[in-house]
Design a protein around this ligand. Structure first.
Ligand SMILES: CC(C)(COP(=O)(O)OP(=O)(O)OC[C@H]1O[C@@H](n2cnc3c(N)ncnc32)[C@H](O)[C@@H]1OP(=O)(O)O)[C@@H](O)C(=O)NCCC(=O)NCCS
Length: 160
């Protein structure tokens, strides 16, 4: 199976909240360093009020959500931030995350953004390995970045 054939679908998180929350919870449960959002309403607030995001999902052959990507476009600062990315644990390690980040970078480039940025917990070894493999570099290390006492790395990739 190749994920190159899989299409990204832009969703309205208000309409697809149940399915998005189910996938987000499944991903968070399998990744000890992620802080799960406890309720659907918390997830909705995170993606629409705390941050103004756009969200895409990837589906399996039966239409189930298996990957999601939420980004924040920052036109005045000329970059796009990947706020959330997750792949169903059953589908991890097969190249889908890489396709999803390539999609984010194409989207940012089409909008004329100069770079893609993201933030990750310094203990999230899986994500750090993933971002390194995709050419992202650490630009800063911030204690208590989200006010939760955890230290975060700031990553970026300058788009060519
Ligand atoms: C991080 C995540 C999105 C990666 O998606 P994925 O589909 O598993 O990743 P891919 O299979 O596309 O891997 C792409 C590259 O990253 C590398 N990679 C993936 N996981 C890695 C790890 N744990 N250590 C080192 N490298 C890793 C792969 O080797 C691959 O490199 P290659 O193309 O040179 O072979 C996924 O594992 C996930 O959902 N994790 C839980 C949620 C999370 O932590 N999100 C990030 C929050 S900041």
């Amino acid at each position: 199976m190749t994920f190159k054939d899989f299409r990204a679908t832009k969703i309205d998180v208000r309409i697809d909240l149940d399915r998005l929350f189910a996938l987000d919870s499944k991903v968070a449960k399998a990744s000890p360093t992620l802080l799960p959002l406890e309720t659907k309403q918390e997830l909705l607030k995170f993606l629409t009020v705390d941050h103004k995001t756009e969200t895409w999902v990837w589906r399996d052959s039966e239409g189930r959500f298996i990957g999601y990507l939420s980004v924040i476009d920052k036109p005045t600062e000329q970059f796009m931030e990947v706020l959330n990315i997750g792949v169903d644990p059953e589908f991890q390690g097969k190249g889908l995350g890489k396709e999803m980040m390539a999609f984010a970078e194409r989207t940012a480039a089409k909008l004329g953004r100069k770079k893609v940025t993201l933030v990750t917990n310094v203990k999230n070894k899986q994500a750090i390995g993933f971002y390194n493999a995709l050419g992202y570099r650490i630009t800063d290390k911030k204690p208590n970045y989200y006010g939760d006492g955890k230290t975060r790395y700031l990553f970026e990739k300058v788009l060519s």
